[in-house]
Structures are given as structure tokens and as C-alpha cells.
Design a protein. Structure first.
Length: 384
């Protein structure tokens, strides 16, 4: 079993153990609960604790083994084995390893084993162009082109991810008070599966950059790839007319309820009020900055004080600005979920006419709106 799988299983058991311990405390304090129920929960807790300890031991042993392997590889690289990773500074080593990976891709070569080990690659075949784990994770960090959803949406890296739409259920079938949520679960089911939507991001690398320092090469390529990923996420999530097959990835194509008003201010206020309290409490507003300034100008009516107020004070909920949100989106953005398949691959090509090398990243991701009832689209009434 891979270390990633062990971490996930360990987290699952730990959560179950915590829930069971809380149940024991609650039921033990309730005189109406039979003592046998408490004893059964204690037996379940002991079983989960034993499972947790077994998984923890396996996890710690495997983690120690992998760290030892990487450390050994780094030490060989420091001795000048083959990768050119010569500095004692870990950050410099990593930058050199990334530069070696990019140059090897441009030359149609398989990166040296020391390079792959330094980047945390656990693909031992050497023949598949899988991007090392640490590099693929860092590509989801802060890019030059920003996707505002990254600050509020959920992000995961799990193959063939399946999730329940709601986090908990009760034995009472009527526990969901929001009728729209209940109807949505009845019509569409209580779980959702993430797809593998393939797309490519191309980083253009000139000959001078390819021959430049490791730092210049790595920063140029990483910034381009990170920006490409963020731009693609934003494009599909805010697409007003999504491509065929990508409708469910867009807030505007997934079938979210629209709430209208005489102007955008009133439409936003009505959209907030239309949300069920379970979602309204954590709701945020995604809208364009020009739309917000139009609202402030209308409300201020010549009074400059309102211009210095925080957007949350003006609209009643936190505001996130994005020029892509052509119609304001109101809701609990925790129910917006991006999932990347960990198997990100790379390849390269060259444009002979321009002399530019192309570092191509192939990624697979999906964006799901876990519950459409957690969102509203605010629109202005269109008068005939």
C-alpha cells in the first residue's frame, strides 16, 4: 500500500474514532440510554483504536523508509553522482533537480534517478513520464494568473473520487429542513463521482531561458504551468456557455437557481435571503469589481463615506471579486469542489520556426458543485 493511501485510511479511522468517543460521552450522560448501548460503543472504540495503532505503525515505518531513500539519493547527488544537484541547501537542490527534469524533457531523455528521487518521485519504472509528486502538488500553489475560487473552494488529489453530497445523516428521514436540498438529493442521488477531464497546459521556453540558470528556468516554467492550471479552472467554473460535456463544471451551466431583482444590489440581497440558513451562515458573494462599484455609487448618493466601507458591510456577506463572475454568485463555496487526478504527465516539443521549446503538461481534473441548493445566481430583471 502506498504512503498516500495509508495517510487517507489513517485519517478515516481517526475521524471514526473521534465520532465514537463523542458518542460515548453523550450517551453516557443520558440516563435514558441503555448501558448496553454505551458498552457496545466502547467495544467499537477499542476496535477502532486497535486499527488506528496498526495503521499508524505501518504509516510511520513506510514514511521512515521513503525518507531514508530520498535522503540517500540526495547524499549521492551531493557527492556529484550524476544530477548536478551539488548545493547543500535543500531549496537549491530542489531547484536544480527541477531544472534537470525540464531539460531532460526538452532533450527527450528520461531524468536521472537522483533527480526523480530528489523530487519525491515514487514511480520506479523510469519509462513513464509521470510528474514527480512534489512538483505536481506545487503546481496547485499560488500562480501568476489567479483563480479566486482557490481561496474558498475545496481541492483534492484523489483518483476516481466519489463523495456524499451531505456530510452526515440522521435516522429521521425528514431531517433535511431545506426542501430544495431534499428534492435535489431525491432527483440526483446522494453521492457524486468525479470525472477525468483531460486538458493540456503549454509553457513556452526560449533557448536563452533553457540555457539560463536553474532558478530562472524553473521559475519561468512553473509560473506558466501554475497560471495555466488556474486559468483553466476559472474558465470552466465561470463559463457562461460551457462546452458540451462541461455544463456541470460551470456555476452558470449546472442548473443553479436564479434569483432576480430590480438591480444587482436587490438581486444579491434577495439571493442571500433565499438561501436556507444552513448555507446562508457561511455564504459569500462572488462578483465583478465594476458591479460592486456601481452598487456603492448608487447607495452612496454623493456620500463618500460608503466608498471606504468594507464590502461585507455594504452587502451583508464577504465579497470575492472576479471579472469572470458576470452574474453574482451567492452561496457556500465549500460545496464547490475541484479534484485533480494525481497522474499528471509531461512531454515536450519544439517550434522550429520560432525556436521556442514547449514544455507540455497534461492534467486531469473535474469541478463539481456538490449541492446546487447551496448557491444562487443573482440576476437583474429584464424588462420587455
Amino acid at each position: 500500500m502506498e504512503l498516500f493511501d495509508l495517510k487517507r485510511n489513517l485519517s478515516t479511522v481517526a475521524n471514526q474514532l473521534k465520532v465514537t468517543e463523542n458518542s460515548i460521552t453523550e450517551k453516557a450522560a443520558d440516563p435514558n440510554v441503555p448501558l448496553e448501548d454505551v458498552k457496545a460503543l466502547k467495544e467499537k472504540r477499542d476496535d477502532l483504536k486497535e486499527r488506528y495503532d496498526l495503521l499508524k505503525n505501518q504509516h510511520d515505518a513506510l514514511e521512515h523508509e521513503q525518507k531514508a531513500q530520498i535522503q540517500a539519493s540526495l547524499e549521492r547527488a551531493n557527492a556529484g553522482v550524476s544530477a548536478g544537484i551539488k548545493s547543500a541547501d535543500p531549496s537549491v537542490q530542489k531547484t536544480s533537480a527541477k531544472a534537470s527534469l525540464i531539460r531532460a524533457a526538452m532533450r527527450k531523455e528520461v531524468p536521472a534517478q537522483e533527480v526523480r528521487a530528489a523530487l519525491g518521485d515514487n514511480n520506479s519504472t523510469g519509462g513513464e513520464k509521470l510528474l514527480p509528486k512534489t512538483v505536481s502538488e506545487e503546481l496547485l500553489l499560488e500562480p501568476f494568473v489567479k483563480n479566486p475560487l482557490r481561496a474558498v473552494s475545496t481541492y483534492t488529489n484523489v483518483t476516481n473520487l466519489e463523495l456524499p453530497k451531505v456530510d452526515f445523516t440522521l435516522d429521521d428521514d425528514n431531517f433535511i429542513q431545506d426542501l430544495e436540498t431534499a428534492k435535489e438529493l431525491e432527483v440526483e442521488g446522494s453521492s457524486l463521482s468525479f470525472k477525468r477531464n483531460k486538458f493540456k497546459v503549454m509553457a513556452l521556453v526560449s533557448e536563452t531561458i533553457l540555457a539560463a540558470t536553474d532558478t530562472a528556468l524553473v521559475s519561468t516554467v512553473e509560473r506558466a504551468l501554475q497560471s495555466g492550471l488556474a486559468a483553466k479552472e476559472k474558465k470552466v467554473a465561470f463559463a457562461a456557455t460551457p462546452k458540451a460535456g462541461e455544463e456541470e463544471m460551470s456555476f452558470y451551466g449546472a442548473g443553479i437557481k436564479e434569483v432576480t431583482g430590480e438591480d444587482k444590489y436587490k438581486a444579491i440581497k434577495k439571493a442571500i435571503a433565499d438561501l436556507h440558513e444552513d448555507y446562508r451562515e457561511n455564504a459569500k458573494i462572488m462578483m465583478t469589481y465594476p458591479d460592486y462599484m456601481d452598487i456603492v455609487e448608487t447607495l452612496a448618493n454623493g456620500n463618500a463615506t460608503l466608498y471606504s466601507a468594507q464590502p461585507e458591510q455594504v452587502l451583508g456577506k464577504p465579497v470575492i471579486f472576479s471579472d469572470s463572475a458576470v452574474n453574482p454568485i451567492v452561496g457556500d463555496f465549500r460545496y464547490s469542489h475541484f479534484n485533480y487526478d494525481p497522474a499528471i504527465t509531461y512531454e515536450s516539443d519544439k517550434d522550429i520556426k520560432t525556436g521556442e521549446n514547449v514544455f507540455v503538461l497534461t492534467a486531469y481534473f473535474d469541478h463539481k458543485i456538490k449541492l446546487k441548493s447551496a448557491f444562487r445566481i443573482a440576476k437583474v430583471n429584464v424588462t420587455p
